[in-house]
Design a protein around this ligand. Sequence first.
Ligand SMILES: Cc1ncc(COP(=O)(O)O)c(C=O)c1O
Length: 425
Amino acid sequence: MNYARFLTATSAARKACVIRVVAGIMEKAPKSLIPLATGAPNPNTFPFKTAVITIEDGETIQLNEQMMKRALQYSQSAGIPELLSWLKQLQVNLHNPPTIHYPSSEGQMDICVTSGSQEGLCKVFEMIINPGDNILVNEPIYSGTIHALQPLGCNIINVASDEYGIIPNSLREILSKWKPEDSKNPEKNTPKFLYTVPNGNNPTGHSLTSNRKKEIYELARKYDFLIVEDDPYYFLQFNKPWEPTFLSIDVDGRVIRADSFSKVLSSGLRIGFITGPKFLIERLVLHTQVSTMHPSTFSQVLVSQLLHQWGQEGFLTHVERVTDFYRKQKDALLAAADKWLHGLAEWHVPTAGLFLWIKIKGIDDVRKLTEEKALKKEVLLVPGCGFYVDDSAPSPYFRASFSLASPEQMDVAFQRLAQLIKESL
Ligand SMILES: Cc1ncc(COP(=O)(O)O)c(C=O)c1O
């Protein structure tokens, strides 16, 4: 892989920041090293001294004075080492990436921690996209991605998808306007990457099948583009076994995978991680050195302590409990939809994630219905138009989340909505 050809001039120009390098040395240094180098504040002056945090089953995470000093201090830009090594092992066990044993110059798998996956994705986009570049997505897509992409001035090409994710033939047809060798000629402007949410897509709840993934990956090889696999709902898959990921079939080192702990541990701690070829991960870390410097050390220490305490098995047992909760929530929302919206609307059963994507029959644009009328009746929904690059285009869809409302509230909400739909027809 010629990774350099994917970089913007800004990303290519990034260099290691000397202060951050010194901070890295400090973290690994023996106690005998005399620290005259860094601008790190003296943690003895910090007002927070110790912490005991109660977790599930009444167990606790204890941060003694020494750990607290570390948790409140600057740390390495890629993430704290003990969290990174835990995450690396997780990725190896879950995805068995072919690139794990590749030489570092040839796409070896690497990881960095980010302040939520959103921050990582935003940096990935800024690393790759120049104004006018072609990139591929499947609408409807997560609005956070649209708003990260649009200001970069890229040309966003929509690939058709259905309830099984991206349709490979649609991708094939789009790509057929180029020849495979065009990727070697920058003037041909071949797509630089395909972005997709493979499990429980936000907003549709749809998941991409593994057979389609294989076809799409072969097209990525043929036309030499990267795949950005944004997978925050991976741990919230309702069916077993979990689908193989793009990372697990990535023999070239062309997949950049974004994971998130937001949906299973905490969204406010802001811990996500990006897995991908070392060359590109290094560029992201250089960006972090001069932007956030590093994800919160406190958040990382807390998450790392929890994960080490639980072990991988304990983490996956927790994930199972969370998924069971959302499975019941999903079933409750579907029951309410069957009861009140039958004949008025259409939907597919979500396979992962937090969302039900509903099409109202006979109404071309549900913006007014959801944004004004439903809100007046105290039901909060997101109109579908917000998940399209052209958000002014009418959409008969809306997104309902089954995360926070109780089954009783879901029932009341869809009863009110059904009434509003009937009045609007
Ligand atoms: C598809 C998708 N990507 C990324 C994110 C950002 O997640 P995080 O909290 O890890 O930044 C979200 C959040 O809802 C999402 O739905």
